[in-house]
Design a protein around this ligand. Structure first.
Ligand SMILES: O=P(O)(O)OC[C@H]1O[C@H](O[C@H]2O[C@H](CO)[C@@H](O)[C@H](O)[C@H]2O)[C@H](O)[C@@H](O)[C@@H]1O
Length: 275
C-alpha cells in the first residue's frame, strides 16, 4: 500500500507500521535505521555486563543493513561493548557513550578529543562511588562516564541518585537519568539527539528505535529534521516498558511491546523492503 506516499512530500500522520515501511521501501537507499541498545535490541537484566541482544533482532538488523543506506547503534554503552555484540555484522555504525565514541564498519574507535581529559576524573569517581555507595548499588565504569545502578536494590534509588547528582555538581560534570540508573558524564554537550542530527541530516529518511528518556532527544532530532525539510521522512518507535511509563511512547509514532517483539517487527519489515 503506497497510498500515503506522496513522493517527496511528507505523508500525513498517523501512519500504520505497514504504511511507514512501504514508504521506507521506496526510499531505502536514503534511509538510516538507528537502534538504541539496552531495552531495545537487548532485554533489560540485573547485570549490565551480561546482557546479550535478542538473536531475532540481530538477524533482522543484519538483513536490513543490506537494503538501507546505513544501520547505526546509538547507545550509552562504550563502542568496545557494542563491537563485541555487533562486530560480526558487516558495515554497522556504532555510536557509544552518547556519541563520545564512534566506529564505522570494522574501523577503529574514535573518541571526541574534548572528552579525553576527563578519563582520569571518571576513574577516580568510579573508585569513590564503589567506596562510598552502600552495598547493593552497582557502579559501572565506562572510561568516559560512570553509571550508578539500583536495579537490584530499588530502595537505594534516592540515595544513589542524590550522591550522583552531588558529585556531578562538585566536579562540573553532567548527569543523564535512565531506567534505574543515573549516569555521570563529562561536561561537553553530546547526546543522542546530536548524533542523529549529524548523521541523519544527509539522509532522506530515518527510523529511531528507543526505550528510555535519553532516546526522546533522538526522537526530537528526527522531528526537527522533518520540520526543516518537507521531504525528510522520520519515524520514532518506542519499545514499551513499565519503567519509563508513557513518556517515551507518547513521544513516538509507533510502540512495540518488547525487544522480543522487535525481532518479529523487523523481520516483517525486511520482507517489505526486499519485496
Ligand atoms: O543507551 P542505552 O544502550 O539504552 O544504555 C542505557 C543504559 O543501559 C544500561 O543500563 C540499563 O540496562 C541494564 C542491563 O539490562 C540494566 O541493568 C539497567 O537497569 C538499565 O538502566 C547500561 O548498563 C548503562 O550504562 C546505560 O546508561
Amino acid at each position: 500500500m503506497r497510498s500515503n506516499d506522496a513522493g517527496n512530500q511528507r505523508p500525513s500522520r498517523p501512519l500504520t507500521a505497514d504504511q511507514a515501511w512501504q514508504i521506507t521501501a521506496s526510499r531505502a537507499a536514503e534511509c538510516v535505521l538507528f537502534f538504541d541498545f539496552d531495552g531495545v535490541v537487548a532485554p533489560v537484566a540485573d547485570d549490565p555486563s551480561a546482557v546479550q541482544p535478542v538473536p531475532e533482532v540481530m538477524a533482522a538488523i543484519g538483513g536490513l543493513a543490506e537494503v538501507v543506506q546505513r544501520v547505526a547503534v546509538v547507545s550509552a554503552r562504550p563502542v568496545d561493548f557494542l563491537r563485541e555484540r555487533f562486530g560480526h555484522l558487516a558495515d554497522i555504525d556504532l555510536y557509544g557513550l552518547y556519541g563520545l565514541e564512534h566506529s564505522h564498519g570494522s574501523g577503529e574507535t574514535v573518541t571526541e578529543p574534548d572528552a579525553l581529559p576527563w578519563v582520569p576524573a571518571m576513574a577516580e569517581l568510579a573508585e569513590r562511588a564503589r567506596a562510598e555507595l552502600p552495598q547493593g548499588a552497582l557502579v559501572e565504569y565506562k572510561r568516559l562516564s560512570v553509571a550508578l545502578h539500583w536495579r537490584t536494590s530499588p530502595h537505594l534509588a534516592e540515595q544513589v541518585e542524590a550522591w550522583g547528582r552531588a558529585e556531578a555538581e562538585r566536579l562540573g560534570m553532567r548527569v543523564q537519568t535512565g531506567r534505574m540508573v543515573i549516569e555521570i558524564k563529562p561536561p561537553g554537550d553530546r547526546d543522542k539527539g546530536m548524533v542523529i542530527r549529524d548523521v541523519a541530516s544527509s539522509a532522506g529518511c530515518a527510523w529511531y528505535f528507543g526505550d528510555d528518556v535519553s532516546d526522546i532527544k533522538a526522537f526530537n532530532a528526527l522531528r526537527e529534521l522533518e520540520a526543516a525539510d518537507d521531504s525528510f521522512f522520520g519515524i520514532c518507535v518506542a519499545v514499551a516498558n513499565p519503567e519509563t511509563g508513557q513518556e517515551v511512547a507518547r513521544a513516538a509514532d509507533l510502540t512495540i511491546d518488547s525487544p522480543q517483539a522487535l525481532g518479529k517487527f523487523l523481520a516483517e519489515a525486511l520482507q517489505t523492503l526486499r519485496a
